[in-house]
Design a protein around this ligand. Structure first.
Ligand SMILES: NC(=O)c1ccc[n+]([C@@H]2O[C@H](COP(=O)([O-])OP(=O)(O)OC[C@H]3O[C@@H](n4cnc5c(N)ncnc54)[C@H](O)[C@@H]3O)[C@@H](O)[C@H]2O)c1
Length: 228
């Protein structure tokens, strides 16, 4: 147990279950003494989120401006100040990951970019007014933004938009002493039914293209947002 984040109010968005990267980030931040606020997408994700023993849990479907507004109003009322946000949210339609990229629908393209990239902009806008003591916003990306990984498809485009959004947000919010960063994780083990797809889609190409000559260590990744 450390005290890197003691008395810090940290919002972690995107807990689905114990395989979620957000799950491990919550644990790591709790070990560093943070007051943790969790959001989950909907009823299906609620049970997982409740198991983490966070100080507060809120539902927030990131596609709804109203739910985002309600979230930050509730955080303001309870905590007054926010020190950190960890954005672990992404989604693309299954068919857009299974078909060749060239067949991505207009709707699927808009959906992936809305949930996986624009959501960071909306969340940063809500968070900045509560970060009156300065703060840090961290999101998770993947190298599919820079290189082609068959099957990552529109998510690669969304991650490129996410990374560019990070640059512009960092430029806007730097004056308020708010840092904005993206951590590019390597492929991480997921919920069992996803494993086979991930193996074929990410691991095999990743082992060929990896930048560092080692694979990602989940525990190291989960601790990184505590430092940023
Ligand atoms: N697993 C990997 O190998 C890997 C590698 C690099 C980056 N990432 C990134 O890490 C982040 C977390 O992914 P994960 O691997 O933990 O998977 P995950 O499925 O556990 O997390 C994705 C989260 O996004 C949430 N979400 C989707 N649509 C939403 C919506 N409309 N409103 C609110 N929440 C919504 C889901 O509920 C889920 O909690 C994602 O941005 C992902 O792209 C994952």
């Amino acid at each position: 147990m450390g005290n890197l984040l003691s008395n810090k109010n940290i919002l972690v968005m995107g807990v689905r279950n114990k395989w979620s990267i957000a799950w491990g980030i919550v644990k790591a931040a709790q070990e560093e003494g943070a007051n943790i606020i969790i959001t989950y997408q909907g009823e299906r994700e609620k049970e997982g989120a409740e198991q983490l023993g966070a100080d507060s849990i809120f539902q927030c479907d990131i596609s709804s401006d109203e739910e985002i507004d309600n979230l930050f109003a509730a955080i303001k009322e309870k905590y007054g100040v926010l020190h950190g946000v960890v954005h672990c949210i992404a989604h693309a339609k299954t068919e857009d990951l299974q078909n060749d990229f060239v067949y991505t629908s207009r709707d699927g393209f808009a959906h992936a970019l809305d949930i996986s990239a624009y959501s960071l902009v909306a969340v940063s806008r809500g968070a900045k007014d509560l970060m009156t003591e300065g703060g840090s916003i961290v999101t998770l990306t993947y190298m599919g933004s820079e290189k082609v990984f068959k099957g990552y498809n529109v998510m690669g485009v969304a991650k490129a938009a996410l990374e560019t959004s990070v640059m512009y947000l960092a430029s806007d919010l730097g004056e308020a002493n708010i840092r904005v960063n993206a951590i590019s994780a390597g492929p991480i083990k997921l919920f069992l039914p996803k494993v086979l797809r991930i193996l074929v889609t990410f691991w095999i190409p990743f082992l060929k293209k990896r930048l560092l000559k080692e694979t990602s260590h989940k525990r190291t990744l989960e601790k990184q947002p505590c430092i940023f």
